[in-house]
Design a binder for this molecule. Structure first.
Ligand code: FES
Ligand SMILES: [Fe+2]
Length: 383
């Protein structure tokens, strides 16, 4: 379970007493075109294809031979647990004439057989058999293994780097602080209880913005989340590329304003760990939400959201599962009926008025962070 440190607790109490929130140094203007321009979206896609991205939870691959197939930024991948417990990621592409070697989304296999002409591959990726081999001509088996993509399993999540065939320095990518926070979550010991996928007609950054926007709950969710979470009070921990937002439950604010000193307790807080560029971990008392938000490969105006609800299997009583089910219903209610429809209006406006700037105030430090980091990375991108 995530911890609320004394530092976070005291910063939050100070903000509640003073009516303040963490501030960025300056306001940030982001061109609306960054949400609607085809050229900008193409740059972002190139960026995504050159850095670590989470493709699966480790628990989706529980034993040797367990696999999942995923299409990540247009590339078909086959993610396989090996006999020694490691995970390997391959291009899901037959070395004969390029068919997918595995069509199922998930399963467990000893080897993989391409459905087109029957070439088969070991789970380690090596070519296993070729029907009618004698009539093909000379085939160099050393050069016909499935093609590996660099991957690393860390803290219960599996990352790939589509640009690399070698390793990933994931500890370096995460940095000491995000690495430490993620380690405390224990995601490796959790299983997926619910999983939902949504296609949203809005740019991926708008969905990210909405997921850690401290300013909006009381306005956009007046009868739901806005009643539970205090708007415009946040503590932002900057972890370099990544970061973590803490917000206060209304109950905490009420106790503080009454003059009492509440104990340091997780139940008074909500938080989001933002794993740049497109993943979020949201701890809750019973479960964790894990989000990945994927840019569309064809349009700046669309994205794909994948949300998993993770739970420790030993805590999964019927009562807890029912509670987590209610959390999913509350999330869907807010996201589907309130957040995403608002983001769709922004998308439409960005499309018709790309010359305007959208403003991110100093108080919107959590939302500013993604745009600053993208600006830095896109400036250094050689495409
Ligand atoms: S394309 Fe896979 S066996 Fe021919
Ligand atoms: Fe929201």
């Amino acid at each position: 379970m995530a911890n609320v440190s004394i530092e976070i607790y005291e910063r939050m109490l100070d903000h509640i007493r003073a009516g303040t929130t963490d501030l960025a140094d300056t306001m940030l203007a982001v061109p609306a075109a960054h949400f609607s321009s085809e050229a900008h979206a193409a740059h972002e896609r190139a960026l995504f294809r050159r850095q670590p991205l989470v493709v699966a939870c480790a628990s989706e691959l529980p034993e040797p031979g367990s696999f999942v197939t995923r299409t990540v930024m247009g590339t078909a991948l086959l993610v396989v647990r090996q006999a020694d417990g490691r995970v390997e990621v391959f291009l899901n592409m037959c070395r004969h004439r390029g068919g997918k070697v595995e069509m199922a989304e998930t399963g467990r296999k000893r080897f993989f057989v391409c459905g087109y002409h029957g070439w088969s591959y070991e789970r380690e990726g090596g070519l296993r058999g070729i029907p009618f081999e004698a009539s093909y001509g000379a085939i160099d088996r050393a050069c016909t293994s499935l093609i590996k993509v660099a991957s690393e399993e860390r803290h219960g999540l599996i990352w790939v780097d589509l640009s690399s065939r070698d390793g990933i320095d994931l500890a370096g990518f995460l940095g000491a602080e995000a690495d430490r926070e993620l380690a405390t979550f224990g995601i490796g010991d959790m299983e997926i209880l619910f999983e939902r996928r949504y296609d949203i007609p809005a740019n991926w950054k708008l969905v990210m913005d909405g997921a850690y926007d401290v300013l909006h709950p009381q306005f956009l969710h007046p009868t739901g989340v806005g009643k539970l979470v205090e708007s415009n009070v946040g503590v932002w921990k900057d972890y370099g590329r990544h970061g973590q937002l803490f917000t206060a439950r209304r109950r905490l604010a009420e106790i503080v304003r009454s003059g009492a000193s509440p104990e340091v307790a997780w139940r008074y807080f909500a938080s989001v760990l933002v794993l740049y560029p497109n993943a979020l971990v949201i701890p809750a008392p019973d479960h964790y939400e894990f989000w990945t938000v994927w840019p569309s490969m064809t349009s700046p105006s669309e994205c794909h959201v994948h949300i998993r609800f993770l739970l420790r299997p030993e805590t999964a009583t019927e009562e807890v599962k029912a509670r987590v089910g209610r959390s999913l219903a509350i999330l869907e209610e807010a996201a589907i009926n309130e957040d995403w429809p608002m983001e769709e209006t922004i998308q439409a406006n960005a499309g018709t008025s790309p010359e305007v700037d959208f403003l991110y105030g100093r108080s919107e430090v959590s939302c500013q962070h993604l745009h600053h980091q993208l600006r830095r990375d896109l400036a250094g991108l050689d495409v």
